[in-house]
Design a protein around this ligand. Structure first.
Ligand SMILES: Cc1cc2nc3c(=O)[nH]c(=O)nc-3n(C[C@H](O)[C@H](O)[C@H](O)COP(=O)(O)OP(=O)(O)OC[C@H]3O[C@@H](n4cnc5c(N)ncnc54)[C@H](O)[C@@H]3O)c2cc1C
Length: 367
């Protein structure tokens, strides 16, 4: 086994949006950053690739060239003729191909100065209070801080925290080529959860998921995806089908010592429509800021990150309340959206507001 041969200010495990967002902030502040990932980029990440307007404000890179569609028209369907059509000139989100987005974000992170290691297996993580020691693939690395940005199946979470997903949620997605039929961005709610249609340049990303499962609810299956596509697109041609968990149970997460979880690793995707890229980018950014700001503050980085989490997780709790109404009482939800809430959401999302702001409250962490 090598002795400590690699010493960094911060080691980030996971080079998805949360890891790259965190790295960008740290590199801007002159920190020595190592990013590790089990994959080489480009790699596939199951994701519909909808990036909301509020996310663009926090994203440290310009992605105009990756935008394949802007969701100016949206439809929410509750079965039968219960449909709500909404529109806004800005669009509620931009659509990217997730693999291309991640690959570009990764490239820009390396260009900025991050060191990258493709790794296989993390064997052990030890926190000595002064340093975090990571044993991986027969090598030892050390850093002042470790960021767990390794997604919904996070190894860092499993090795360093007692945070567990009680009811893990996951979604199936696939690709349907564009034909004569035109679709806008659509969410369809049904008894087993929700389905989506996200337009791209040459295809639709389609998927199904269940964001608030309980022991009685039916688990989404590949067969359900085929039934949905057959009903909507009159075809059984779906390519690139993949399923993956969405990390949604981080409403009460608090960071320990010098190890911070961010993004899906911490369970920060919201449980209403499964948006996780925003929460990944924002949590990565504020974990980095906590580390940077602690040098000039009487508070530790841990305290600063946890202060941020206090208000950030309030927003996740608000989403959870919303999802209980949406999935528990779809009829009421339909009428609430029809009578004004839908328009309020569309306007809010399209002007880059968070849910807290849309509901008329202030948001302390937004700057
Ligand atoms: C089907 C589906 C559709 C979705 N659609 C949307 C959407 O349209 N919009 C939206 O906002 N959100 C969507 N989400 C949620 C979104 O994909 C996640 O919230 C987001 O990717 C979280 O980013 P992250 O950086 O935290 O984790 P990830 O993007 O999962 O990145 C984690 C990284 O860590 C690496 N890694 C994992 N384990 C290890 C390990 N042991 N060692 C080293 N590296 C490791 C992985 O290779 C990966 O690169 C969707 C999710 C799913 C499953």
């Amino acid at each position: 086994m090598d002795q400590v041969n690699n010493s960094f200010d911060v080691i980030i495990i996971g080079a998805g949006p949360s890891g790259c967002s965190c790295a960008h902030q740290l590199l801007d502040a002159g920190k020595k950053v190592l990013v590790m990932d089990k994959s080489k980029f480009p790699r596939h990440k199951p994701c519909a690739g909808g990036i909301t307007m509020k996310t663009l404000r926090h994203l440290p890179i310009n992605i105009d060239h990756l935008v394949e569609h802007t969701a100016k028209e949206m439809k929410f369907s509750f079965g039968g003729s219960k449909e709500i059509n909404l529109s806004h000139d800005n669009g509620s989100c931009v659509m990217v191909i997730r693999d291309k987005f991640d690959s570009y974000f990764f490239e820009q992170t390396i260009k900025k100065g991050a060191v990258f290691e493709k790794i296989d297996k993390i064997k052990q993580i030890t926190n000595t209070q002064k340093k975090v020691i990571i044993e991986v693939d027969g090598k030892i690395y050390e850093a002042d801080f470790l960021i767990g940005a390794d997604g919904a199946n996070s190894t860092v979470r499993k090795l360093t925290s007692d945070l567990k997903y009680k009811t893990p949620v996951y979604a199936y997605e696939g690709i349907v080529e564009k034909s004569d039929l035109e679709y806008v961005t659509e969410f369809i709610f049904n008894e087993s959860g929700y389905a989506w249609i996200f337009p791209k340049d040459k295809h639709y990303n389609v998927g199904i998921g269940n964001l608030i499962p309980n022991k009685n609810s039916k688990k989404p299956s590949k067969k359900d995806l085929f039934s949905f596509v057959s009903e909507y697109f009159h075809t059984d041609k779906i390519t690139n089908i993949t399923a993956f968990p969405i990390g949604t149970e981080g409403d009460s997460y608090k960071a320990n010592d010098n190890i911070f979880l961010v993004g899906d690793a911490a369970g920060f995707a919201e449980s209403l429509l499964g948006e996780g890229i925003y929460n990944a980018i924002v949590s990565g950014k504020y974990a980095a800021r906590a580390i940077i700001d602690s040098k000039l503050s009487s508070h530790s980085a841990n305290q600063l990150y946890n202060n941020f989490l206090d208000s950030f997780t309030k927003e996740l709790k608000l989403y959870r309340k919303g999802s209980k109404i949406l999935y528990g009482y779809p009829r009421i939800s339909y009428w609430m959206m029809k009578l004004g809430l839908g328009k309020k959401f569309m306007n809010g999302y399209s002007t880059g507001k968070t849910l807290t702001e849309i509901m008329g409250k202030s948001n302390v962490y937004l700057n």
